[in-house]
Ligand binder design. Structure first.
Ligand code: CA2
Length: 149
């Protein structure tokens, strides 16, 4: 399986600030870990991070027909980007939304995700493990599909 992992605004700062909320691992080591995890399961991961909404929309559109699944943390765009919601709806690539923190334990404005309705599911509050869990879900589904044919 080919995965695209998309991270939105400020997630390039992982490990540099707010370690109490987002942990101390940096963005590069997160990507390296996810690539390793995928390779161990005969899969591959490409990582994309942007602080710009349009660039994320372009990445989602570009994933169509190229990737089997998207794992995305839209960052703050989660809470208000109708453009990202529409892009997810426009492609046939399934997406799992990931949040490092438990958005429901935080400020009220973080409780609502406008992008999650276009996703297979949402994982939040499991730290960086959430990205791996999302990949693992897609990998296990692929196995089920293969075995049933
Ligand atoms: O919990 C998450 O993963 C969030 O998507 C992170 C977003 C936040 O706006 C969402 O409500 C929940 C913020 C990402 C900021 O990332 C930073 C990482 C390190 C240092 C500073 C910011």
């Amino acid at each position: 399986m080919k995965f695209l992992v998309i991270n939105g605004p400020n997630l390039n700062l992982l490990g540099q600030r707010e370690p109490g909320i987002y942990g101390s691992e940096n963005y590069e080591s997160l990507c390296a870990h996810l690539k390793e995890f995928a390779a161990a399961h005969d899969a591959s991961v490409d990582c994309f991070q942007s602080n710009h909404e349009g660039a994320i929309v372009d990445a989602i559109q570009g994933a169509n027909g190229v990737y089997d699944a998207i794992v995305m943390n839209p960052g703050a765009y989660t809470h208000y980007s109708v453009a990202i919601l529409d892009a997810l709806k426009a492609v046939s690539v399934p997406c799992i939304e990931v949040h490092i923190s438990n958005i429901h334990q935080r400020e009220e404005f973080r409780h609502k995700s406008v992008t999650a309705p276009a996703c297979v599911g949402q994982i939040c509050g499991l730290g960086l493990y959430g990205y791996e869990a999302a990949l693992g879900y897609f990998l296990s589904r692929a196995k089920v599909t293969k075995e049933s044919f």
